[in-house]
Design a protein around this ligand. Structure first.
Ligand code: ACM
Ligand code: ZN
Length: 498
């Protein structure tokens, strides 16, 4: 963190107001997360109750802001309303640390990435509209601006689609849910379901937009489609008489959408028509991960399409779906983004790749000239355990892995990339898969404070401090806000437990 004394201070050194209380002549240790690009501390500050004057200055980058607290006044200049909003979040951190009397400070800050995302799987477990809004509030506090909303899965379809009512009548409910860890073979015997009406989804889009957050909906294709197939079995390779079901356990399932059936494409296009009406985002996420191909190998329709198109590998069927859908969405001025498996059968230059199986898919995509969002499971899978001791440290059951805060903070989004390729890294994102996360308290435990590490890298990767200093800044700069808001954050990092 750059902490330069405010230049005017030399003349008023004896009355320096530089700490939160205004009584010390030591520069204030203002703890801001993410760490601002520049911070000048000193001079006469202002009362926290002072009116905040805001203005837009289009010479700044759109999300850039300058927050000035000086001589009794507080002002925020932003490159746009979004910049002003991010400046407000910084001001909230200063207020939470300093109470009624704020120190003199000038902070200038802008994000390193235009895409700063957090994902939430609302399919394995369902979260209410109010809970999703709280998730957005947490994102806003950390100055993240893209909410990736995972809405369709094997274990539940959560988005109301008026042309296909069975998606929610049938597909949003599973008969029961696995108890304990994968492989336990024990089930709770209780139906589980939930879905968002189109009004609900519009409400979320509005709420997010008020916080300068874009919502990207994800409609999985061709895999993770059991709930869609349970609703409309004629879209599967095994046909209308096969007893597809909404899955009750976790994992990867062989049942996928039939690529060779033209009705599949019609279905996807119709679903996306409604999705595009609800979500104004430039990107639509088409999933694409973990789609086994053995059904395609046996399916006459899929094999006939391969022959007609001259495809040699089943992976090309997935590329075929992606290309058709990409063109369809392009007609609506939308772009596709998909998990890194979309690279497997060949990918168009215009598709954006979300790298999750580590960074290698993203690195390969950037080298090919594709845009990339990095969400490597090595650093940003917040469903992973946070300590080595796991349950012995009081951690709730998790999917696996080991991702302490310190590891998140180490992530270098530009690893192995040259300058031309770096330009293709549009941003970074944390993913929260919820197989083992049934409550919103637990959601908070998994993302807080790891999301602060993501935020810091997304705003100012060069400005990262020593890890211990980062933890200290979270404690001073964010925990007071977490506490006021009642967030159920994990405290392992603050106890030195890894
Ligand atoms: C994923 O974690 N299956 C994208
Ligand atoms: Zn098929």
């Amino acid at each position: 963190m750059k902490k330069l004394l405010y230049p005017l201070l030399a003349a008023v050194a004896l009355t320096l107001l530089v700490s939160c209380t205004g009584s010390s002549d030591v520069p204030a240790d203002l703890s801001i997360v993410p760490n601002p690009v520049s911070m000048l501390v000193g001079g006469r500050g202002a009362k926290a109750s002072a009116t905040v004057r805001t203005q837009v200055d289009a010479t700044l980058a759109p999300e850039e802001y300058v927050l000035t607290i000086r001589k009794g006044k507080i002002s925020i200049t932003g490159g746009s309303e979004a910049g002003i909003f991010w400046g407000m979040q910084t001001l909230a951190q200063i207020q939470a640390q300093c109470g009624k009397k704020l120190p003199g400070v000038v902070i200038q800050d802008k994000p390193a990435f235009s895409y700063r995302g957090a994902h939430l799987d609302c399919c394995r477990h369902f979260f209410t509209v109010d809970e999703v809004k709280q998730y957005l509030d947490i994102m806003a506090l950390h100055k993240l601006n893209v909410f990736h909303w995972h809405l369709t899965e094997d274990q539940g379809w959560r988005a109301e689609i008026k042309q296909y009512p069975k998606l929610t009548e049938v597909g949003s409910v599973r008969a029961e849910t696995l108890v304990g860890h994968y492989g336990s073979d024990q089930y709770d015997g209780t139906p589980y379901g939930g879905f968002y009406t189109q009004d609900d989804m519009r409400e979320i889009v509005r709420y997010a937009a008020d916080r300068h957050i874009t919502v990207i909906p994800e409609i999985e294709m061709p895999g993770h489609a059991s709930a869609a197939l349970a609703s409309y079995p004629e879209l599967g390779c095994r046909g209308a008489n096969y007893p597809y079901k909404v899955q009750t356990t976790w994992g990867i399932f062989p049942e996928v959408l039939c690529a060779g059936n033209p009705e599949t494409i019609t279905f996807l296009e119709n679903v996306l028509d409604e999705i595009c009406d609800i979500f104004p985002s430039e990107y639509i996420h088409i999933g694409g991960d973990e789609a086994p191909r053995e059904e395609w190998e046996k399916c006459p329709k899929c094999q006939a399409l391969m022959k007609k198109m001259g495809f040699k590998r089943e992976a090309e069927l997935q590329s075929y779906i992606n290309n058709v859908i990409e063109q369809y969405l392009a007609g609506k001025d939308r772009k596709i983004i998909g998990w890194d498996e979309i690279l497997d059968g060949g990918v168009s230059q215009s598709a954006t790749v979300m790298s999750w199986r580590g960074a290698k898919g993203g690195i390969a995509a950037a080298k090919m000239g594709n845009d990339v969002v990095m969400t490597p499971n090595s650093h940003f899978y917040f469903d992973y355990y946070q300590t080595k001791g796991r349950e012995a440290n009081g951690e709730p059951l998790a999917i696996g892995g080991y991702l302490p805060l310190s590891k998140c903070y180490e992530y270098d989004p530009f690893d192995q990339l040259g300058d031309a390729e770096k330009a293709h890294i549009k941003g970074i994102q944390a993913n929260l898969w919820t197989e083992y996360i049934a409550t919103f308290d637990h959601v908070q435990h998994m993302i807080l404070p790891r999301i602060a590490a993501l935020a810091e890298i997304a705003w100012n990767p060069e400005g990262r401090t020593e890890y211990d200093a980062f933890v200290g800044r979270i404690e001073k700069g964010l925990l007071p806000i977490y506490d006021v808001r009642g967030y159920k954050y994990a405290d392992y990092a603050f106890k030195g437990i890894e």
